[in-house]
Design a protein around this ligand. Sequence first.
Ligand code: SAM
Length: 217
Amino acid sequence: MRLRNITGADEIIANSEFVIAGPSEHKGHWKEYWHNENELHIEIGMGKGKFLMEMARLNSDINYLGIERYSSVLLRAVQKMEQAPLPNLRFLLMDARELTAVFAMGEVDRIYLNFSDPWPKDRHTKRRLPSRQFLQIFDQVLTEKGRLEFKTDNRPLFDFAMEEIEPAGWKLAAATYDLHQDEELSRGNVMTEYEEKFSALGHPICKYMIYRDKEGR
Ligand code: SAM
């Protein structure tokens, strides 16, 4: 998702109380930032923030951070938060490649990847968020029991993601190729903006949940 450059977006974001400026200052101290001991869940590539806003509303005992690299997209999430602010949700304008500059080892309890950009060309595999290169970065910020959940309607991307799990040193907890027909995995499912759009077109939604295979190393 990349929207047209919006005049003033950078300034609005820089002045927004909902976007954390200089997030690396909080590395290793995120619990102090929130003033509580609650779990921290992050969505990488959150787009306009629909999923996280609903999650934060439903789970007031979890802290959420939405990560998005384009200010034109993040602006939409900021505008929605201004209408209905949530104390347990904040945003970061950054690239997921910089994750270890912002989070210390074991600071993140869960990572959500929803409808990540597919980067279909072979030479771009490293840019795919569920690639082994990114899994290695995620590995450095998750807690021991941390989990990563990935949803997409893009079957080639999902097949690629499934093949990356083991070589990256992770393990599959659960997976489905048709989330909305899966009674167990769809329980409590919160739809993302893209999920609503593509499931309305009849696309089945794939989902996996994975964790680090600490014993396998
Ligand atoms: N998660 C939302 C949903 O499911 O509706 C948005 C999906 S959209 C296809 C993917 C988003 O991920 C885009 O807004 C894009 O800018 C963002 N993104 C892609 N790669 C990223 C990266 N390396 N770091 C941060 N954001 C990224």
